[in-house]
Design a protein around this ligand. Structure first.
Ligand code: MOS
Length: 749
């Protein structure tokens, strides 16, 4: 039969949650109307390190409407005081616990919450709290922190950290190389600033149970955290994050406002809401600052003989956050000699955190600037240089890839961009007072898969509901679930409801690492396949034998019917099967685990997405103002479930990459120990006027081994390498090589 009548995988379905979002019908964590609600406003530490010596609450408590003030001095006892709790993406160390004791670990640390009948009363009273401190010497300067850098011992490292694997004698090969390059690159710290700030509304049910509307990337991770932290038991905690206004990784770990709101709720036995201010969004994780020294050696032809990387990223003094920085370049290129070193440097801030493509967005980007420099030294076109050093296998692990269509991405991207029209010399392209530069870079990210469960429920009226506890942080998970279900059962998307973002639903991990579509999609498919089999079985029991002697393999589910693939007989409506069998509902729940559906293990093959980014910048010759006028990002990410939402993911990633290249940077005030620019007035992200043409290409990359649906994931690859393409284009335009991101105007003078 005609498979094109299916609206399923591969169709550009508009977001099924789109109308609810733009009309305000979709509630976010701080928008749930809860009866008898109290408002908590959190007070932040003014010092970076030391201890609280006194809190004078008198003036604050005198404000009409103030119900209570909680701090380390009077907080309720909590089960996690044994410090045994670890979050889902565990970072070795001791997770921060608000109001634990008088100790101050970072500036902006939440030290008290004022709870009142109105938000205004709470906010005013919070401003009246008199806190005295005893300060200690602190350091938040990255350069200074490097003196204390260290590599945590195996066992005290993050479980998703991959140590670099060295091979050959990279130093000797570097020393003997005909062409060589050595430079140190730097990335400024960046703070995640999704539109929706971290917020929690805790609903107190009076029977010891709470419903927690929380902004996060995984409802069940927060549920486990609260159940453990407050000794509640999971059955008493339901966490809902049905709509999330962006995450970028800031919601992977429970943030402190959910702890504070829940603490106040349990203590006061009333519902409480706590919302971080925009300034407080700078008091939790951030993309770690990084210094990365790259050494490259090559033959005269440009063929690499040595790749060396030595990187350090920042962490806090209470947790060891680690990233994969130096591995990416070693995986992506072919070189007989490779060597990687990595360390972390502690400072008196909150722990750094995962932020969109953690590790790769930093490591691959900075490495791709080094590759560009090397191409110029070798006098080889930067795209040609990458092709000369193309690796068919994972260059570090020496394992084959399940698929790697990067060559096609380079070719299709270059064609679309007209790369062959580029004049090779820096400062050789100009129009009016604008210097024009064209740059290229490579992106690479993991194609991951996480064990995920989903349920499906077909009602007698033909309506299908699919459900999974996963999150949709703006990535399009709702839509993907509907499409996979529509594809598997042949039910029209309008007849399908997807439910997610609720800890009561079938088990799912945090939405992160770009594994959502592949993992949730596979689970939904499995659950719908089970429904299909039940329907087929029921059809077989019908007296009229509408499918004859057909086996399950001989039928297909299309347009709300089961029909024989050989076109024999009449299509049989699913609702008719339900009616004949007297089913009011058919239900199934299935779990997709790594290894199902022909998936190959990491040990056997590397699983990655790749991209080729081409960028045009125009730089005002007198003012050094940079405009990114054109980007073509050609992505190889396996099978694309929805070209429309997939494109949006890449547009968002590229936009964030432009921010990494030109805007985003949190400045440390070493004297005060604070992040200085904790507002949108001073922390810059690209605005509409900064973004011009972005073109997205998905190259064909069939892959039967990577995940059951052949999907690799798209949430993060768009940012990886984009800032390098911009930096390389700026060099081509101006002849000035900037090795520290962001490239602000002062660095071009
Ligand atoms: Mo992403 S940093 O895994 O949300």
């Amino acid at each position: 039969m005609n498979a094109s009548t299916k609206i399923g995988i591969g169709t550009p379905l508009s977001r099924v949650d789109g109308v609810d979002k733009v009309t305000g019908a979709a509630p976010y964590a701080a928008e749930y109307n809860v009866a008898n609600l109290l408002y908590g406003v959190t007070v932040s530490s003014r010092i970076a390190k030391g201890k609280i010596t006194a809190i004078d609450e008198a003036a604050a408590r005198a404000v009409p409407g103030v119900v209570d003030i909680l701090s380390h001095a009077n907080r309720p006892k909590q089960a996690w005081l044994d410090r045994s709790w670890k979050d889902e993406l565990s970072i070795p160390g001791e997770p921060f616990k608000a109001f634990h004791d008088a100790q101050i670990l970072f500036a902006g640390q939440p030290i008290a919450v004022v709870v009142a009948e109105t938000f205004e009363a709470a906010r005013f009273a919070a401003s009246l709290l008199e806190v005295t401190y005893e300060g200690e010497a602190h350091n938040i300067d990255f350069e200074a922190s490097l003196a204390e850098k260290f590599l945590p011992k195996p066992g005290s490292r993050r479980n998703n950290y991959h140590p670099p694997k060295s091979r050959g004698d990279a130093q000797a090969a570097f020393n003997e190389a005909a062409v060589s390059h050595e430079a140190t690159y730097h990335l400024a710290p960046e703070h995640h600033n999704p539109m929706e700030m971290h917020a929690t509304t805790v609903e107190w049910h009076g029977d010891g149970k709470v419903t927690v509307y929380d902004k996060n990337q995984g409802s069940q991770g927060v549920q486990a955290y609260l159940a453990s932290a407050f000794g509640l038991g999971k059955k008493n905690v339901r966490v809902v994050n049905a709509y999330v206004g962006g995450g970028f990784g800031s919601g992977l770990r429970p943030q402190w406002q959910v702890q504070v709101a829940t603490m106040a709720t349990i203590h006061l036995e009333r519902s409480v809401r706590v919302v971080m201010t925009r300034a407080q969004m700078f008091t939790h994780g951030y993309r770690p600052e990084c210094t990365y020294t790259v050494k490259l050696g090559a033959e005269h032809t440009g063929k690499l003989t040595s790749i060396m990387g030595d990187a350090t990223t920042s962490t806090s003094r209470f947790e060891n956050n680690m990233e994969d920085i130096v591995t990416w370049g070693m995986m992506n290129y072919a070189s007989p000699n490779i060597h990687g070193e990595y360390a972390i440097a502690p400072r008196d801030t909150y722990t750094s955190a995962d932020m969109r493509a953690p590790g790769a967005a930093t490591g691959m980007t900075l490495f791709e600037i080094a590759i560009d420099e090397m191409a110029y030294k070798a006098k080889v076109d930067p795209l040609e240089f990458r092709l000369i050093n193309y690796s068919e296998v994972d260059g570090m692990n020496q394992t084959p890839f399940t698929s790697k269509a990067l060559r096609e991405a380079y070719r299709e991207g270059a064609e679309r961009f007209d790369w062959d029209q580029r004049s090779p010399e820096p400062r050789s392209m100009k129009e009016g007072r604008e210097l024009i530069g064209w740059g290229v870079a490579t992106g690479m990210w993991d194609a991951q898969f996480s064990k995920t469960s989903a349920s499906a429920k077909l009602n007698a009226n033909g309506h299908l509901e699919v459900a999974c506890a996963t999150s949709d942080i703006g990535t399009g998970t709702y839509t993907v679930m509907v499409q996979v279900a529509a594809d598997t059962l042949g039910v029209a998307p309008e007849q399908i409801t997807a439910k997610l973002g609720d800890s009561d639903l079938p088990t799912a991990p945090v939405e992160g690492g770009s594994w959502g579509a592949a993992s949730t999609g596979a689970a939904v498919q499995l659950a719908c396949e089970t429904i299909a089999k039940k329907l087929f079985k029921a059809a077989g029991k019908m007296d009229s034998k509408p499918l004859g002697d057909a086996k399950f393999e001989d039928v297909e589910f299309v347009e709300g019917t089961i029909r024989r693939k050989d076109a024999g007989g009449q299509p049989l409506a699913l609702t008719e099967v339900m009616r004949a069998s007297e089913f009011t509902v058919i239900e199934a729940e299935e779990t997709a685990s790594p290894g199902i559906g022909g998936m190959i293990s990491m040990a056997q093959k590397s699983r990655n997405t790749h991209s080729a980014i081409f960028c045009e910048v125009r730089v005002d010759e007198e003012l050094n103002q940079v405009r990114v006028t054109r980007i073509v990002n050609a992505v190889a990410a396996g099978r694309i479930i929805n070209p429309k939402t997939a494109r949006s993911q890449i547009l968002g990633g590229v936009t964030m990459g432009i921010g990494m290249a030109l805007h985003e940077e949190t400045f440390a005030d070493a004297r005060l120990g604070r992040w200085m620019n904790h507002s949108f007035a001073e922390y810059h992200i690209p605005a509409q006027a900064d973004i011009h043409d972005i073109e997205v290409i998905f190259v064909d990359e069939p892959d039967a081994e990577v995940t059951p649906l052949g999907v690799k994931g798209l949430g993060e690859i768009g940012i990886v390498g984009t800032a390098a393409a911009v930096a390389n284009a700026i060099y081509h335009a101006t002849g000035t090589r900037v090795r520290s991101l962001p490239i602000t105007i002062d660095k071009l003078m």
